[in-house]
Ligand binder design. Structure first.
Ligand code: GLN
Length: 545
């Protein structure tokens, strides 16, 4: 029997609902249950693929090629369950489907309305592909009271009623602010928010109360009384020293037990949380530290590099070291000024150039590649960072002064360019040079074949890998010979040999560029091998300087 947990947020946004959902799923999993988490986004974009990272943070890509909300990254990192397209829906996607159906005449002349058509679509989405699951956690984006989330709350209300007793519960995440002048935590915003939710027909079963200070028993009792839940179902949630401490913290506050009780299930024995105690032990008791310079574009907004940030932390967990990330704006040395480059990168034990779109900052990234190569500092180029490593090699070692990417405009030396046809698991795929921005990229998991004696084959311990992609341009194999003469080895290719997937420099302590996004698959309990190896190289580097 599949049970449903609906998660809403109240009072303010950014309360960590996604992290709460991911942590609760991890706790249920530790009790032996099979779980999946879904995200409902009330905005009208079809997916976040075309949204600016400044607006929305990172776009998280799934194996099946969906561009999704970054919360799906948390879900996957905490549960190890690979997210799918069917785990993220937006109002935009729902309306698009409904309007397409309406145009085809599928509604047979009926008036198409929010209730029942939109709410039915939301309910179908919540229940699709859930047969083998014990719990489906559905997180509703936004805050209760937003106009655009109303159809979602209404769909929850209907679904709770249709599923019947014991099949669904609702968790409301709220804020209990601390008013310094009064020296008190205030429960009124929570009372109002729960009243608002209840007025829409959804009575929460469990309240998760984010607070800066411990919640005194009296306040807990007050919230319970006014919000119509048992005091034990008022779960305090204080800030945690690391996101990976959150599952343990919620367990200590009794969240998983309370959720099971709300379903009428006796929690029984404690879950096995050894995975989480091991991770936090490694995080909080490091044996050293390294500094990694990330030369990027959206460096003022860590959410834009969420998975990358986490994968670097995982690399630290693997090596039992603390990873300090120095976010460096590539535009600082856009003019390639050597002294400026050195001033920014000299203190780094390793340098990483992450994914990016557009020409802004590209020259600064190319200068960073050169610095890393010449100074023999470990270098990791991801997607755009691999492309720029190839441009740098072409310009400075293969004598192709005009080497560039067609992404920056017409060029006589397209070392990086658009490939309009490639093989996927479903046969030949094509894309047009001037196609729509949404959905014209090579997206999702693609296999790659690694050269037997390469550095990356030994890092992966395998010659066959599968990694997630999100890009429009590819390194042009027409330049392979020239680049290889310049010392860059093409050690990973698509199985048909058409698309470069990995380049490396065997004459360098650690220099790897990958066309895909390995950070999307890294987990704290299973750090990605490339990140573990990169941080290991940074540790070696830190002993040299
Ligand atoms: N802008 C480059 C491309 O589209 C790289 C994309 C990325 O780094 N994700 O190919």
């Amino acid at each position: 029997m599949t049970r449903y947990i609906f998660i809403t947020g109240g009072v303010v946004s950014s309360l960590g609902k996604g992290l709460m959902a991911a942590s609760l799923a991890a706790l249920l999993q530790a009790r032996g249950y099979k779980v999946r988490i879904r995200k409902f986004d009330p905005y009208l974009n079809v997916d976040p693929g075309t949204m600016s990272p400044y607006q929305h943070g990172e776009v998280y890509v799934t194996d099946d090629g969906a561009e999704t909300d970054l919360d799906l990254g948390h879900y996957e990192r905490f549960t190890g369950v690979a997210s799918r397209q069917s785990d993220n829906i937006t109002s935009g996607r729902i309306y698009k489907t409904i309007i397409e159906r309406e145009r085809r005449g599928d509604y047979l002349g009926a008036t198409v309305q929010v209730i029942p058509h939109v709410t039915d679509a939301i309910k179908d989405f919540a229940q699709a592909e859930t047969e083998d699951l014990d719990f489906v956690l559905c997180e509703i984006g936004g805050t209760v009271g937003d106009i655009e989330s109303l159809p979602f709350i209404e769909a929850i209300r209907q679904l709770k009623n249709e599923l019947g007793r014991g099949r669904s519960i609702s968790i409301h995440v709220t804020l209990v602010p601390y008013i310094a002048a009064a020296g008190e935590l205030k429960t009124k915003p929570t009372q109002h928010s729960v009243r608002e939710l209840a007025s829409l027909g959804v009575q929460p079963d469990v309240l998760v109360c984010r607070a800066e200070k411990p919640l005194p028993a009296g306040e807990r009792a007050k919230i319970a009384q006014f919000c119509n839940v048992p005091a034990s179902a008022v779960i305090p949630a204080l800030d945690a020293p690391s996101i990976y401490a959150v599952p343990l913290q919620y367990h200590a506050e009794g969240l998983d037990g309370e959720v099971l009780r709300a379903f009428g299930i006796e929690p029984g024995a404690d879950p096995d949380l050894s995975r989480w105690t091991e991770i936090t032990d490694r995080l909080f008791n490091p044996e050293g530290e390294v500094t990694v310079g990330v030369v990027g574009k959206y460096v003022g907004l860590p959410d834009a590099y969420k998975s990358l940030n986490e994968a670097l932390v995982h690399g630290g967990i693997a090596n039992r070291v603390k990873v300090n990330i120095r976010w460096i704006d590539a535009e600082l040395f856009e003019n390639g000024d050597d002294a400026e480059v050195a001033a920014n990168l000299e203190a780094c034990h390793a340098i990483l150039v992450p994914g990016a779109f557009g020409s802004r900052g590209a020259e600064g990234k190319i200068a960073s590649v050169r610095f890393a190569r010449e100074r023999k500092v470990p270098y990791f180029g991801i997607c755009f960072g691999m492309q720029m490593a190839c441009v740098e090699g072409a310009r400075n070692l293969a004598g192709i002064a005009g080497a560039s990417s067609t992404e920056f405009g017409p060029t006589s030396e397209p070392v990086v360019g658009i490939i309009t046809e490639w093989m996927s698991k479903d046969g030949i795929e094509t894309r047009e040079e001037g196609g729509d921005l949404g959905g014209t990229m090579r997206l999702g998991a693609y296999p790659a074949k690694l050269t037997g004696n390469s550095v990356v084959a030994s890092i992966y311990g395998s010659e066959a890998i599968s990694e997630r992609h999100r890009h429009r341009y590819e390194v042009n194999t027409g330049y392979r010979d020239a680049l290889e003469q310049g010392g860059l080895v093409f050690s990973g290719m698509s199985p048909d040999g058409m698309l470069p997937e990995i380049v490396e420099r065997p004459d360098h302590p650690w220099f790897v560029g990958v066309q895909f996004h390995p950070e999307l698959k890294s987990k704290p309990f299973d750090p990605h091998p490339l990140f573990a190896s990169f941080i290991e190289a940074a540790v070696r580097q830190s002993r040299l300087v």
